[in-house]
Design a protein around this ligand. Structure first.
Ligand code: BEZ
Length: 241
């Protein structure tokens, strides 16, 4: 970890804001972000450096799970402050040489942004000088079909991401949107969800007394209900075609 007294001049995008726009060169050609992803969910994530071990384990995992994200209509876009030729050489090495935890011949087909100038990394608050002023931290931005930032997670350089959690985040956000509910701690599809707090005393009383079908109240401010798992999966899984 680096110590720094640098003034804080970087922007830090926030949840509920429009994802900052940029154009970039990637391993899959040029992209215009987030406009090109309008209508889909997208995870924009950064990694510190090509040809490093934690990043390699993460890229192999992202690539292996790409179809699970695609099922959720969620695309992946990676970024580091390395150049395009470094990205290409690293991804080729991963495919040709690396076997790790049952993964091999792993081809990364989602775009990996080159950001030598750090323009995008700085826009997204991915350069955190206390951790490193020359590398991006492991940032994750979950962006919805309208281009709004819905979740941000930052990890330090030494800590590989938890991919079950990244999938769970997309599932939970889509469920919250589709059913106008919230999701409790450790929620997974099939678990009970939280219903919004009742707007009037009458509704709250009915709920507390067990008169609202399917709703269980633990107190006036904390009521849950079951959602049919098939209906949840129907709402969050993209139909093929
Ligand atoms: C890694 O991916 O292994 C890594 C990258 C930068 C700093 C530390 C670890």
């Amino acid at each position: 970890m680096e110590t720094t007294n640098e003034p804080r001049t970087q922007t830090m995008p926030r949840i509920g804001e429009k994802a900052p726009a940029f154009k970039a060169v990637t391993t899959q050609g040029d992209i215009v972000f987030p406009d090109q992803y309008a209508g889909s969910w997208v995870i924009l994530f950064s990694h510190p450096a090509d040809f490093t071990p934690v990043c390699t384990s993460e890229f192999m995992t992202f690539a292996s799970l790409e179809s699970r994200f695609a099922e959720l209509d969620c695309k992946l876009v990676g970024l580091s402050v390395d150049g395009l030729y470094s990205h290409i050489a690293w991804l080729r090495t991963i495919k040709d040489k690396i076997q790790y935890r049952g993964m091999k011949d792993v081809e990364v087909t989602f775009p990996l942004i080159e950001d030598i100038t750090m323009e995008v990394a700085k826009k997204y608050g991915m350069i955190q000088p206390g951790e490193s002023s020359t590398k991006a931290v492991r940032a994750v931005f979950v962006i919805d079909p309208k281009g709004m930032i819905r979740t941000i997670i930052y990890y330090p350089l030494s800590l590989g991401r938890n991919f079950d959690e990244l999938i769970r985040v997309v599932q939970a956000l889509k469920t919250a949107d589709a059913f106008s509910v919230a999701t409790p701690a450790d929620w997974r599809p099939g678990d009970d969800v939280i219903v919004p707090t009742a707007g009037s005393c009458g509704v709250a009383k009915d709920r507390m007394e067990g008169h609202e079908a399917g709703v269980t109240c633990h107190d006036w401010f904390f009521c849950t209900k079951k959602l049919d798992k098939t209906a949840v999966l129907g709402a969050i899984v993209k139909t093929p075609g």
